[in-house]
Design a protein. Structure first.
Length: 239
């Protein structure tokens, strides 16, 4: 069966990342069932919402009996990073139609962004992007389903300590993927600000420290990007 080279590259490059994506998605299903959530909403959440870190955070807030408005606000802030992803891909997606952009926006995720941000613009970019995104999307849905079935089979046998340690998969996955993509000064300022802030605010109630750290880091990055051209121009004029 013939497979377009761009689709093949997208699949091959994404495949190793599934080793970390699958446990993360499965942990969402396991934790959700352990908290007493219904299986179908959990599965549909991974298929329709498709936002792994925000989904796990929402589960934690539900367990803490956080109000609905706070859960929605928190997930909105966490997912706002996708706006920065989209801005950085403007050159690559500019030639695409609105329908193509909408489809790529749906399948955009941290792992796919780490891959496509290194791809040059061209006719094969859309196919590479879509293949990578759909691969991650399918993996998340399947792994969540497996996690749900595993949790149902092991009801009462999963310790609270084990469930509490599963979210480390998300942290390690994100750090390992994002770090190589930190190329500009604004990128490093954003990451450093977020790391320092959350280390000081992690104990704030209902995940409010995470919201504060995300907003602070994004603000620092935007300010750095805004003043970067003027700084560069000033340095060039001096030289």
């Amino acid at each position: 069966m013939y497979i377009n080279p761009d689709n093949r590259r997208g699949l091959i490059d994404t495949a190793p990342l599934l080793l970390t994506i699958a446990p993360l998605a499965a942990s969402f299903g396991v934790i959700g069932i352990a908290q007493g959530e219904s299986p179908w909403p959990l599965l549909l959440c991974s298929i329709i919402v498709f936002a792994g870190s925000a989904q796990l955070l929402a589960l934690g807030l539900l367990a803490a009996s956080a109000p609905l408005w706070f859960i929605l606000l928190t997930t909105l802030v966490i997912n706002s990073r996708h706006l920065l992803y989209a801005f950085s891909l403007t050159t690559q997606i500019q030639p695409l139609s609105g329908r193509q952009r909408a489809l790529l926006a749906f399948v955009l995720n941290d792992e796919t962004y780490a891959l496509v941000s290194q791809q040059p613009p061209g006719p094969g970019f859309n196919r590479y992007f879509l293949t990578s995104g759909l691969t991650v999307w399918a993996c998340c849905g399947l792994a969540t389903g497996l996690g749900i079935m595993l949790a149902q089979e092991l009801t009462g046998q999963l310790s609270a300590e084990l469930l509490g340690q599963l979210d480390i998969i998300m942290v390690l996955t994100f750090v390992s993927l994002v770090t190589p993509a930190l190329k500009r000064c604004s990128h490093w300022l954003c990451a450093t600000t977020a790391a320092l802030s959350i280390s000081l605010c992690w104990h704030w109630p209902l995940g409010s420290g995470l919201i504060f750290s995300a907003l602070l880091a994004i603000s620092v990055a935007l300010l750095a990007e805004r003043y970067r051209p003027a700084t560069v121009a000033y340095n060039e004029a001096d030289s």
